[in-house]
Design a protein around this ligand. Structure first.
Ligand code: NAD
Ligand code: WQD
Length: 338
């Protein structure tokens, strides 16, 4: 029995491959290296002692997906990470996002439907909630109109999976709505590859601290929050990876209550941008050069997860603190630059 991990050399995918291998799964990774590097295979091997099977191709090639499922007819679990994920880029180039995040999803589901079912885990995002009306955010909080084509691909992706599961009782799926994944594997062998100017807060913090970036710009301090800066739920990527193994095992063991389920994956704790900076300075011993500037368009004020369903139903709980996650991000930054 094999598990296909699409985008498995990416940030979250590579950490999930490690946890799958730790639990004895045989993993096949498909990745086109558009936002990762083949070296990640060595990083995974340095941690687990084993490289996953690796097939390099672009999942937008429908024929290649069909050939893949013919070759690997013993794949019964799929964790689908492969996507484009830059919010700003999605506004500039929506069709790239609809093709890569929706077209590819459709091709994979068609193969699973043809196969007669499988266990399917989908990378979704708390972005589907927009600015939630109530905090912490539960899974039944309303999905708000997407602020970007990227966010829309996650909303539409969930609907496609839900509708496909409705007419395929032997296809079981779980959508995992990630909050803000940060950090790196404690071994320092894998982490978030710094390709281009980081859009996200934490890689920008570590790149500023190491001297790659001049100054961190803090997008607004006039929000109605504890210190005026935006609040998010920062979850260690290894905690997030472990949740994927739990979710896959739930489906493989037929523990699911319906054949389409949704779980929030967060710590349940919100941290402001200034709190992240203070935490980083504490764990790194570095003084961070930052400046408060205007708000960033499209940002929500605050988002953090209600984790009760994941804790009680999935049997998973995030363990790492913000300090620990930021420390691992800093160690990774230093390793990458060494
Ligand atoms: P990532 O870019 O590090 O990983 C994605 C991987 O998929 C990369 O290795 C890339 O090369 C590969 N890929 C992309 N398009 C492909 C294609 N057409 N064919 C083959 N491979 C392809 O991103 P990540 O941060 O690991 O995110 C993984 C998933 O989680 C994505 O679906 C993303 O939308 C979702 N997500 C990420 C975050 C976050 O903050 N990182 C938050 C919520 C949801
Ligand atoms: C976090 C906080 C910013 C950068 C995004 C996507 C979301 C998901 C996760 C894919 C906010 C502030 C940031 C900076 C700053 N990605 N910030 N200066 O916006 O919550 O979510 O990444 O699924 O879809 O929208 O994460 O890390 O960009 O921002 O002040 O240079 O840090 O305003 O308050 P975000 P982020």
């Amino acid at each position: 029995m094999k598990v296909l991990v699409t985008g498995g050399l990416g940030f979250i995918g590579s950490h999930t491959v490690v946890e799958l291998q730790n639990e004895g799964f045989e993993v096949v990774v498909v990745d086109n290296l558009s936002n990762s590097s083949k070296d990640v295979l060595k990083g995974i091997e340095a941690i687990t002692g084993k490289q996953p099977i690796f097939e390099e191709f672009d999942l937008r090639d429908k024929q290649k997906i069909q050939d893949f499922f013919k070759k690997y007819d013993d794949v019964t679990g799929v964790i689908h990470f492969a996507a484009s994920k830059a919010v700003g880029e999605s506004v500039e180039n929506p069709l790239l996002y609809y093709e890569n995040n929706i077209g590819v999803l459709t091709y994979i589901l068609q193969q699973l439907e043809k196969k007669g079912g499988a266990s399917f885990i989908f990378s979704s995002s708390c972005t589907v909630y927009g600015q939630a009306d109530a905090l912490p955010i539960t899974e039944d909080a309303p999905v708000k109109p997407a602020e970007s084509p990227y966010g829309n691909t996650k909303q539409v992706g969930e609907e496609i999976i839900r509708d496909t599961c409705k007419v395929n009782s032997d296809l079981k799926a779980i959508a995992l709505r990630y909050f803000n994944p940060i950090g790196a594997h404690p071994s320092g062998k894998i982490g978030e590859l710094p390709l281009g100017v980081p859009q996200n807060l934490v890689p920008f913090v570590t790149q500023t601290a190491i001297g790659l970036r001049e100054q961190l710009l803090v997008f607004g301090n006039d929000y109605p929050t504890v210190d005026g800066t935006g609040i998010r739920d920062y979850i260690h990527v290894v905690d997030l990876a472990k949740a994927h193994v739990k979710a896959l095992q739930r489906l493989l063991d037929d523990k699911n209550e319906s054949n389409y389920e949704v779980f929030n994956l967060g710590t349940g704790k919100g941290s402001s941008v200034l709190e992240v900076i203070q935490s980083f300075e504490r764990v790194s011993g570095e003084k961070l050069n930052y400046k408060i500037v205007d708000r960033r368009a499209g940002d929500v004020i605050a988002a953090y997860a209600d984790t009760q369903k994941a804790n009680e139903v999935l049997g998973w709980k995030a363990k790492s603190t913000l300090d620990e996650a930021l420390k691992s991000a800093w160690e990774w930054e230093k390793n990458v630059r060494a």
